[in-house]
Design a protein around this ligand. Structure first.
Ligand SMILES: [Zn+2]
Length: 158
């Protein structure tokens, strides 16, 4: 897991405007830019005082937005990749396109996602968590898979 680092305020709380993931923190330019910004924030006494903030889920890296992930969806072989902030939004989209009920999960090989009544084989539905460029970061977990299976409405092409 990638660590998050943040500059802390006088009260010892991590500043969300001064947060970097460890990858961006390792880049001297990114680090200098955030430290420069932090010197202009009133209640930061020491703009070089980086602390571990990994467990703080209110924070995102100001450069790459980590750990905010997007849910990527592509319906069918000819579809375009679309990204969503939440599973609910993605399910609405899939229902709009009448994807149909889930018939199976695809975990590699030709891709990552689901097969449905209306989209299967090479014409499957891509569905995974990824970064801004649609690079796969995580598969859906068991709870999310259940939500998908329950959330997709029945559409048959008959
Ligand atoms: Zn970052």
């Amino acid at each position: 897991m990638t660590r998050l680092l943040a500059i802390v305020s006088e009260q010892g709380t991590a500043c969300y405007e001064a947060c970097l993931c460890e990858r961006c923190h390792a880049n001297p330019e990114h680090r200098a830019a955030v430290e420069k910004k932090a010197t202009n924030i009133n209640d930061i006494p020491n703009a070089a005082d980086w602390r571990d903030a990994t467990a703080n889920d209110a924070l995102n890296c100001v450069v790459c937005r980590y750990p905010k992930l997007l849910l990527w969806v592509r319906v069918g072989d000819m579809g375009e990749y679309e990204s969503f902030d939440s599973l609910d939004d993605a399910l609405d989209y899939l229902n709009e396109l009448k994807a149909g009920e889930v018939t199976g999960w695809i975990d590699g090989g030709m891709g990552v996602g689901i097969e449905t009544v209306n989209y299967h084989g090479y014409d499957f539905v891509s569905l995974f968590w990824g970064d801004d460029d649609a690079n796969l970061t995580a598969h859906l977990d068991a709870e999310e898979r259940m939500e998908v299976e329950e959330g997709l409405e029945r559409f048959t092409s008959s």
